[in-house]
Design a protein. Structure first.
Length: 190
């Protein structure tokens, strides 16, 4: 069934709705989905936003664990399919950004074109350090987060995009916090 976007429901309008919720500091429950059907179900249940999970995409689409095997273009395809089927703002788990700062820039632009309202970037080396199968490479988590955040900021066409950086260095007692562009510290602003 074809569900064309309504004129008032463009990707930019979804981003604006999500950004408004982030800056109002309202808690949003983001159910994780791996495909368009899951997103439609989440939308029908009345949630305000939806989350494309990297592990879910790897598990359901390819039948593999989340070992970093899903490519950026496969994430972009899944993002586009979900954005076309569902009118909710979509937050996408883009793992490590798929490489260095240039790759992060390319990834952010691809996700924007595909309809992502925001992204989550993991603060890890690329390829991913998988704790249950290998020893993570020591690295300055703060430095890694800084270059990914700077790359993501310069890549986006939005004035100030909301996103999350998932980092072992930036975890509080209740889970992850959202970092705003231009935040110099890895500490949350209250």
């Amino acid at each position: 069934m074809d569900r064309p976007l309504k004129p008032a429901d463009t990707f930019a309008a979804r981003r604006a709705r999500f950004k408004q919720a982030v800056f109002e500091r309202r808690a949003l429950l983001l159910p994780g989905v791996a495909n368009a059907l899951g997103a439609r179900i989440v939308e029908d249940l009345g949630f305000e936003a939806v989350y494309l999970t990297g592990a879910g995409l790897a598990n359901t689409e390819f039948g593999v664990p989340d070992l970093g095997l899903v490519t950026m273009s496969e994430f972009a395809e899944a993002t586009l399919r979900i954005s076309d089927a569902c009118a909710l703002p979509l937050v996408v788990d883009i793992d490590t950004g798929f490489g260095n700062a240039l790759n992060v820039t390319r990834t952010i632009r691809a996700m924007e074109r595909a309809g992502a309202a925001a992204v989550q970037i993991e603060d890890q080396v690329f390829p991913k350090a998988i704790p249950w199968c290998c020893t993570p490479t020591p690295r300055s988590r703060r430095r890694s987060t800084r270059w990914r955040t700077c790359s993501a900021t310069s890549a986006t066409t939005a004035a100030s995009p909301p996103w999350r950086t998932a980092s072992r260095a930036s975890r509080n007692a209740n889970g992850w916090w959202a970092r705003r562009p231009g935040t110099p510290s890895s500490r949350p602003t209250r």
